[in-house]
Design a protein around this ligand. Structure first.
Ligand code: SAH
Length: 391
């Protein structure tokens, strides 16, 4: 096995458990370097750091899979996937969950979403991509699934020299599947939907709106397939209007509302949220609850300021549409905006909107996406509910 020796004077990040090794942290490599190979890593003092896969084309040269001197083989993937499933079950996920959340499950660059009997996988680095057959075999062995689908149409793969692709990793099946969440039914398009088809990361947070939406007129912005909105209707909202820029999302949201017998309460419109929120603010429209769940406004650190401006604008406009004493439910799904920055942004928006805010709850993503302290990218979702009153 090729040996990778780290420099002596590097930050303690790797020693503290972070699995990424950057090119400038490597002192020397003994042995051949083939992209995707498993290598053995040693600290500057010669002590073993673990084993992982190498890709000289990537800025992250090695990602560690283990801290032990264990074999990386099919049995290793079996073990890791089984452990991840045991953990999910232990914390209460029975049907749908993010089964593997990359680094948080010691499986860097691997995502597996379990939608009951169906599985969607993403292998986002070369070294993980090469193990796709072993991963599929483990899923088959452990779950006897009805279908496995690959959503590797993710641009980040290009940084690893990998093609963008999607398709079946099992016998073909109808990719518009049906899932249950919190007692509601949702159609999920795992072939053409966003990311893996469905945002499991908000599944716990959707329950957090239960009390505040009762008898309320609710506006849901960035609705996608209507999940927050349909939850609101089932929790007793008087009326729910959901907005999304995508016609496809709106069509799917309408289908989902009907599927749950809630289409007399939920209505969805395909519009640009930035335009209509501004307009409705001018018109003086008001709602008891406004929910915002925008996409990541940035994917790179250099754009954080611009992204924060976007988040502030949408939150300011959202707040203005909340009745005195009503609630704003607001999220951000990029780890590039820290929880502190997010709160600060909300404070500034409230100041500009001349509103007083009181925090009801501040949460992260659902617990099937575990957070590892010290691994920033595992702590990415902010979910905040605040009461809004006039100043
Ligand atoms: N709330 C959803 C997830 C939302 S994802 C859930 O719980 O599943 C973000 C959504 O914002 C996407 O569906 C995208 O189509 C939509 N979107 C992006 N830009 C938009 C804009 N300017 N106006 C309205 N919707 C937009």
């Amino acid at each position: 096995m090729t040996k990778v020796f780290l420099r002596k004077k590097i930050a303690p990040r790797i020693a503290n458990g972070h699995p990424w090794i950057y090119g400038n942290e490597v002192d020397r490599i003994d042995g051949p370097v083939n992209g995707g190979d498993i290598v053995e890593v040693f600290f500057g003092d010669g002590k073993p750091a673990g084993r992982g896969y190498i890709n000289p084309k990537s800025q992250i040269v090695v990602r560690l899979l283990t801290r032990k001197a264990e074999n990386i083989d099919e049995a290793f993937f079996d073990r890791r996937i089984r452990e991840a499933w045991e953990y999910r079950k232990k914390i209460g996920y029975t049907e749908n969950c993010r089964l593997i959340f990359g680094e948080a499950d010691q499986m860097p660059a691997l995502i597996i979403d379990k939608f009951n009997d169906y599985f969607v996988i993403q292998t986002l680095a070369l070294g993980m991509d090469l193990w796709k057959p072993a991963i599929v075999q483990s899923i088959n062995k452990l779950f006897s699934p009805k279908g496995i689908y690959e959503r590797n149409d993710v641009p980040v793969r290009e940084l690893e020299g990998l093609p963008l692709q999607k398709g079946f990793l099992s016998a073909p099946f109808d990719t518009e599947i049906l899932i249950n969440e919190n007692g509601l039914k949702f159609r999920v398009d795992i072939e053409n939907g966003q990311k893996t088809g469905y945002f499991l990361d908000q599944q716990d947070n959707r329950r957090a709106i239960r009390h505040i939406v009762k008898d309320a007129d609710v506006l849901g912005v960035f609705t996608y397939t209507g999940t927050f909105e349909i939850h609101a209707a089932s929790y007793g909202a008087k009326s729910v209007l959901g907005l999304d820029i995508s016609e496809n999302a709106v069509a799917q949201a309408n289908k989902n509302a009907a599927l749950n017998g809630l289409d007399h309460i939920c209505r969805f419109e395909a519009v640009n949220a930035f335009d209509v929120l501004k307009q409705w603010g001018k018109e003086g429209r008001l709602y008891d609850v406004v929910m915002l769940d925008p996409p990541a406004f940035t994917k790179s650190r250099s754009n954080i300021e611009k992204a924060l401006t976007g988040y502030k604008e949408i939150n300011l406009r959202g707040m203005k549409l909340v009745k005195n004493g009503g609630f704003l439910v607001t999220s951000s799904c990029t780890n590039l905006v820290s929880p502190e920055q997010f709160i600060q942004m909300i404070e500034l928006a409230a100041k500009d909107a001349r509103k007083k805010i009181r925090q009801v709850t501040f949460q992260a993503q659902a617990s099937d996406h575990p957070i590892i302290w010290g691994m920033e990218n595992t702590n990415y979702l902010k979910f905040l509910i605040v009461e809004i009153t006039d100043k």
